[in-house]
Design a binder for this molecule. Structure first.
Ligand code: FES
Length: 163
């Protein structure tokens, strides 16, 4: 257990502990604690889960179960630009999977992965309430609507010069 925690800096461990304490180390607040911890760390790797489990006095498997159940929690660091492809019904019907395949092809990554240069990561999500624009892709907070596979290269181009 300590060897796992050793990967986190002492400050990071302290911060996660203080997040847990701010919720009274209440296991009923696990989701809120995970949210705050992800905001702080950017993602929820096993060593972060260990600290939370220890602090709340619950099995790591419980924390892991929640992290893997909710798609908004991630265990891998995301790229600088996170691409979310909507696969809700409207987007699916309008060709979201073809758009996704084009992103996969051009970036050389699968869903849940990050490019080796750390620039892009990619995931799917459910309906974001913009069905009139289907199929919809988000890059960070920016929304692209009525995306076709041919548009994908231009979308990526928007981030080309970004360091
Ligand atoms: S299904 Fe994609 S925005 Fe609604």
């Amino acid at each position: 257990m300590t060897s796992v925690q050793a990967k986190l800096s002492p400050n990071a461990v302290k911060e996660i502990q203080s997040i847990c304490q701010s919720f009274g180390n209440d296991k009923g607040e696990l989701i809120n604690i995970l949210h705050k911890s992800q905001d702080f760390c950017g993602y929820l790797p096993p060593d972060v889960q260990e600290v939370i489990a220890e602090e709340l006095d619950i099995p790591v498997s419980t924390v892991y179960g929640v992290v893997t159940f909710y798609s908004l929690f991630v265990m891998e660091p995301r790229g600088k630009h996170h691409i979310s492809i909507c696969t809700g019904t409207a987007c699916f019907v309008k060709g979201a999977m073809d758009v996704m395949d084009e992103f996969k092809l051009l970036l050389g990554i699968d869903l849940g992965e990050t490019t080796p240069d750390g620039k892009f990561s990619m995931d799917s999500l459910r309906c974001i309430g913009a069905c009139g624009l289907a199929p919809v892709v988000m890059v960070g907070e920016k929304i692209y609507g009525r995306v076709t596979p041919d548009d994908v290269i231009n979308i990526l181009d928007d981030y080309k010069d970004d360091k």
